[in-house]
Design a binder for this molecule. Structure first.
Ligand code: MG
Length: 227
């Protein structure tokens, strides 16, 4: 009997889409603001604080979100734009992804509100997305990060555990937070996905490198193919 097919857990930013969703939101929202240059200077200060270790990435993200106060319309516009930025090999394989949707998850430090339009376009299941959610103020503007999701509580390890997946898990992503899931024993394999971003430190510790998604079907796995 063949072993069970792996559950494929995808990263979102720079994996399923070719860009970083939060960066796109910041760029889009800033471009419409009359005080863009002033906000940009404060942004730069927050980025520097993160780089110099005076502030964590999470704290910097929260501060930038509450500075911008993106509207619901702006968030929706960026969600639509991300559909147009789906990674080329992912878009080519969308019919096959949709066919295997029951065993595909998206685990991302990004935001449901930006990921779900892309999941819909690929035929993937919204209930198999584990990510952050925006916190909205009374004027329907983004005020920060909702602290109640597993992702907000404990990052990708907590979000993946919360998903309750029982089959072998293969992680596909471009970042160290994706690699860590395998290094912590939460996944069986980790494949570095480098079509958009190639980080040597991640690739060197991966079980393999995928320069495009169609390489997944050629990996060493008894038939049927993993994707
Ligand atoms: Mg990524």
């Amino acid at each position: 009997m063949n072993p069970p097919l792996p559950t494929l857990v995808f990263d979102f930013d720079s994996t399923l889409v070719s860009v970083e969703g939060a960066d796109e939101l910041f760029r889009h929202t800033l471009s419409g603001r009359p005080d863009a240059s002033e906000i940009l200077a404060r942004f730069q200060a927050l980025t520097d604080a993160g780089m110099e270790g005076r502030m964590s990435y999470e704290a910097s993200l929260k501060a930038r979100l509450s500075l911008l106060k993106a509207s619901r319309e702006e968030v929706e516009a960026v969600g639509r734009d991300l559909v147009a930025r789906i990674t080329p090999s992912v878009w080519t394989l969308r019919a096959r992804l949709a066919l295997h949707a029951h065993r595909i998850w998206i685990v991302s430090g990004g935001f449901h509100e930006l990921i779900e339009p892309v999941a819909d376009a690929l035929g993937l299941l919204r209930e198999q997305v584990r990510a952050q959610r925006f916190r909205w103020d009374e004027e329907d503007r983004v005020a920060g990060v909702d602290p109640r999701t597993p992702m907000a509580r404990g990052g990708k390890p907590e979000a993946l555990s919360d998903a309750g997946i029982t089959n072998p898990i293969w992680i596909i992503g471009d970042g160290t937070t994706d690699l860590e899931l395998r290094e912590r024993g939460l996944a069986e394999r980790f494949y570095a996905f480098t079509e958009n971003q190639r980080r040597s430190v991640v690739v060197e510790r991966a079980d393999g490198e995928l320069t495009s998604l169609d390489q997944l079907s050629t990996l060493n796995h008894p038939p049927p193919e993993p994707l």
